[in-house]
Ligand binder design. Structure first.
Ligand code: UT7
Length: 344
């Protein structure tokens, strides 16, 4: 039987580290000012979110989301021992911070990887923080159907340019960071149902659409862009509650569908939105706490990138090893959520 195998993993974050205290002094160009620009600090941010630092791209206009995606993709290709990127016949890219409105960012990544030959399909996913698990489900279906043989699944976000460095936006601004993560997937002939992508389930509830959104423009209006909707709007408490309910239900359902228990899972790698949120999910879903891996303390919330970036980080730190079985549960704007069980 053909099953989908993860052949390589890669992650990338830009060099600039912004800690919680420095963040309060940054202006909209990310330059440190003598006086505080936002009334916030480590004493507020760390206990409520678990975030200590996040990464920002340079503020000189030299780096786009596609560049972060390409950097992570190259590392995933090297990890999969793929020397010629032309082997990739499909790119699936999740982002809520695309290079531009259209075309999608996957085709820009394809061009920057030097494989814009017409033989590599490109998909952009708009499932925000849930895009990685949505992408795994799509990639798994494509691989098992024989549609594509080498899929590059990427989550990449450049959040720092669309954050509001004023008092108005402080609830959102403190949460997000820049980064990218990628995996390469392909077919594997095996009878082992517990290997490769074991299970995915994804969900959506559009009644939560306006609890976390970023408009930029409103296509029903003339003119459709007036420059007043540049930053994300969030009802943090509603998102928090919905995320806990969705993630607990989905992780339980995934275990039941895969006929597994927590003893079959080596690591729980949830979406990195907020450490308090993860801790509540872990308690309610009865995840063994020593199986939980986080990276929110160092990278903040990197939306679509958060799961593959966390996988890459802990693999390089020596915790995640080849053959380990992972459960990833995600939740994001939409609302969208889901769980994947897979071996790496
Ligand atoms: O990937 C999904 C993305 N989103 C999320 O996961 C967000 C989920 N929600 C959360 O993580 C939390 O709701 C937050 C961390 C965003 C906020 O925590 P909270 O405990 O729900 O705080 P709050 O919104 O109830 O705000 C408490 C107070 C308010 O002041 P008042 O009205 O009590 O005087 C806020 O104005 O904290 C104030 N506040 C801040 N103070 C300092 C809000 N943001 C900040 C800030 N620094 N950055």
């Amino acid at each position: 039987m053909i099953r989908t195998k993860i052949l390589g993993i890669g992650g990338y974050v830009p060099d600039r580290v912004v800690d919680n205290d420095e963040l309060a002094y940054l202006n909209a160009r990310h330059e440190r000012q003598p006086a505080r620009q936002i009334d916030t600090d480590d004493a507020w941010i760390r206990p409520r979110t678990g975030i200590e630092t996040r990464r920002y791209v340079p503020n000189d206009g030299s780096v786009a989301t596609s560049d972060l995606a390409v950097a992570a993709a190259k590392r995933a290709l090297a990890d999969a021992r793929i020397e010629d990127a032309h082997e990739i016949d499909c790119i699936i890219l999740g982002t809520l911070s695309p290079d531009m409105h259209f075309p999608g960012t996957a085709v820009i990544v394809q061009r920057k990887l030097g494989i814009a030959s017409g033989n590599c399909a490109c998909f952009d996913l708009r499932q925000q923080c849930s895009a990685f698990v949505y992408g795994l489900q799509l990639a798994d279906a494509f691989v098992r159907a024989g549609t594509y043989r080498r899929i590059l699944l990427i989550g990449a976000e450049l959040h720092s340019h669309s954050l509001d460095f004023s008092m108005r936006g402080r609830d959102v601004t403190v949460l997000f960071g820049d980064g990218a993560g990628a995996v390469v997937l392909g077919p594997n002939e095996t009878d082992d149902r517990a290997s490769g992508i074991v299970h995915t389930d994804v969900h959506a509830d559009g009644s939560g659409a306006m609890d976390l959104y970023l408009k930029i423009f409103d296509i029903k209006k003339l003119p459709y862009f007036d420059g007043t909707e540049l930053y994300a709007q969030m009802d943090g408490k509603r998102v928090f509650r919905a995320a806990i309910a969705g993630m607990v239900a989905s992780s339980r359902a995934a275990l039941a569908a895969a006929r597994m228990s927590w003893s079959d899972i080596d690591w729980f790698v949830p979406h990195q939105a907020n450490l308090r949120l993860t801790e509540t999910v872990v308690e309610l879903a009865q995840v063994p706490p020593d199986k939980v891996l986080s990276s929110i303390d160092r990278f903040g919330n990197t939306s679509a990138a958060s799961v593959p970036l966390t996988l890459d980080y802990w693999r390089r730190e020596g915790k995640i090893a080849r053959g380990h079985r992972i459960m990833s549960t995600v939740f994001g704007s939409g609302f969208t959520w889901g769980t994947a069980i897979f071996t790496v």
